[in-house]
Structures are given as structure tokens and as C-alpha cells.
Write a protein that binds this ligand. Sequence first.
Ligand code: IPE
Ligand code: IPE
Ligand code: MG
Length: 234
Amino acid sequence: MKEKLPKHIAIIMDGNGRWAKLKNRPRTFGHRKGITVVKDVIEYCCKRGINFLTLFAFSSENWQRPQTEVKALMGFLKKYLASELSWLIELGVRFNVIGNIDRLPQDVRDVALNAMEKTAGQKKMILNLALSYGSKEEIIRAVKKICKDVKDGKINIEDLDEKLFSSYLDTSGQPEPDLLIRTSGEYRISNFLLWQIAYTELFFTNTLWPDFTIEELELAIKEYMKRERRFGKI
Ligand code: IPE
Ligand code: IPE
Ligand code: MG
């Protein structure tokens, strides 16, 4: 059933703070445990033959959290992107950031750009890490670029269709997610990939992200494979 395997999985990794709270620990304790789960999921997807994995790590709205938490999250990002780079290279993963990378602190942006550059030729799986990502922002950025290209005579308005529009998004050239997973029992999208998930299959679970396991990921994939995708046809 290889052909029915999702090509692209997207995950809203939610629930780190509540997981820590249940254990009477600071929220950062949850983020730290969450990172170990991220590693397991990347490795599994890569070895299972999933071609694209998109992980929501920090949203454009998450900047409004207390500065201490934002700082801690940026610190984790910087540390792990640097320390796990050789592991990503070994796995054959191409690392990519989607989102407003310009808003990231310079040091985090530098390690992210370095990881993108060092893994640019890798082919096993594309890992999109959504950082300072908001779907509405991404769409506005795309519209601005399109307007500029029309003004500069690079494209004609008449040529603008879904395919051309998609090519202006951060996920340019990639297939849309087949399966979107959200943990932590919230039934919402939280400004993630609004355009790209028009026909994506959704899987919600009450599991908090730090407790998410490969067994549950396999369950989500199995359930996905049982679904009939009609795309409006009969
Ligand atoms: C997800 O966990 C990680 C980020 C959004 C950075 P949360 O930090 O949102 O944890 P909860 O949802 O408050 O439990
Ligand atoms: C979504 O989680 C963003 C990430 C997982 C990075 P949030 O915790 O920010 O979402 P809301 O606030 O519950 O919608
Ligand atoms: Mg949350």
C-alpha cells in the first residue's frame, strides 16, 4: 500500500505547556521534552518514506507570549538547530524554514539559514519548520510579491491561477499536505497553512505533544490510509 502513504504530513505540535503544568514544572520543561518527540517523528518519517514533513514550532501569534518564554524557545531553537545539523545531514533531510524568518533574532536566523544551506542538496525528505509562521501573513507576503512582479512586467494578471499563486507561498514547489495532525485536544487550525490544507485529511488527538508517540503517528497514518479522498468528485 506504498502508494497510499501520505507524501506530506503536517503537524501542529501543541500541549507542551499543559503537559509541564500537570507535572508542576515550568512550561519550558514541556518544550524541552517536546523536542525529543520532534526528533523521533523526523527520524520515523524520513525512514518510512514520507517525502515532506511540516512542523509548526512557533507561530506569528506566539510572539505575544511572555518574553521569558519567547526567549527560552528561541534559545532551544538555536541550540538544537546547531547541535542536530549533522544528524539531519546523516539522515538525508533537507531543512527548510517557512514563515517570517526576518522576524527571528539574528543568531537564530543565522543557524537556520546555515542549516538550510548545508542541507540544500539532500533528497530523502524535506523538513519544513514553521517559525514565526502565520498563514495569513504568508498569503499577504505572496500577494505583495505578485503585485510587484505584475508591476515589473514579470507576470501577467491573466496568468494568475492557483498553481502560480501557490508558487509564491513559502511551500512553493511542494505538494500540499495529505494529512494534518493536531495534538492537545484543540480542534482548530491556529493560522497554519490555510491555503495548503484545502483538501487535507485532519487527525485530532487529545494527547499532549510531549506524550505523542510513534505508535500514535502510525495510527494516524493508518487511519489516513483508510479514508476515501473524493476531492469533490463522486
Ligand atoms: C506548543 O505548546 C508549542 C508552542 C506553541 C511553541 P504550547 O506552548 O502551546 O503548550 P500549551 O498549548 O500551552 O499547553
Ligand atoms: C499553535 O499552537 C502553534 C504551534 C503549535 C507552534 P498555539 O498554542 O499557539 O495555538 P492556540 O493559541 O491554542 O490556538
Ligand atoms: Mg498551545
